[in-house]
Design a protein around this ligand. Structure first.
Ligand SMILES: [Zn+2]
Length: 175
């Protein structure tokens, strides 16, 4: 995985880009959705191997899971803005797998589970994979993770965030 900070900042940026009203609940749910797929690490405790469709980076990282989760959240909480909620939650969940597929380690991401159990990486894999345990995060490895995420996740998100804020301010001025 990328770190939970990397996943969260992407979800935050997606919400900022798509939601003009900046619903706090939606931002919170987007961040939860971006972290949620890694709950699958508990499957290691049940002896489910990495490569299994329900193993780490398996079903919870798939496009189908993002779809089911976003439809569920949208139908329960989306009220009048269903398309917006669906888009934010779907993209926030899916981008978890997309970031993972750009990391330097682990196995690939099962985007197409249950239809295809293959695991995928993108050709670009400069994000250093984050350790699974918190204790190991506070190490030289953790520091390298932070550096790579600053460069390849935080910086692009920050540029998008500044750009979109300026565009929206400009649009408000014209009103
Ligand atoms: Zn993951």
């Amino acid at each position: 995985m990328a770190s939970i900070f990397g996943h969260s900042i992407v979800a935050f940026t997606i919400t900022k880009v798509l939601d003009n009203n900046q619903s706090r609940l939606l931002i919170l749910l987007a961040i939860i959705s971006a972290i949620l797929p890694d709950l699958d690490v508990i499957t290691f405790n049940f002896g489910i191997p990495y490569e299994h469709p329900f193993g780490h980076r398996g079903f919870t990282h798939s496009i189908l899971f993002a779809l089911i989760w976003s439809v569920l959240i949208t139908s329960v909480l989306g009220r009048s803005k269903k398309l917006l909620w669906f888009s934010v939650i779907f993209l926030s969940t899916l981008f978890h797998g997309i970031l993972d597929a750009m990391t330097s380690g682990g196995r690939g991401v099962g985007f197409f589970i249950p239809f295809d159990n293959d695991r995928f990486f993108f050709p670009f894999r400069e994000i250093i994979v984050s350790p699974l345990g918190v204790d190991r995060f506070f190490s030289d490895w953790g520091f390298q993770v932070i550096l790579s995420e600053l460069k390849y996740i935080f910086l692009p998100c920050f540029i998008i965030f500044v750009f979109i804020t300026m565009v929206k301010k400009g649009a408000n001025h014209k009103k």
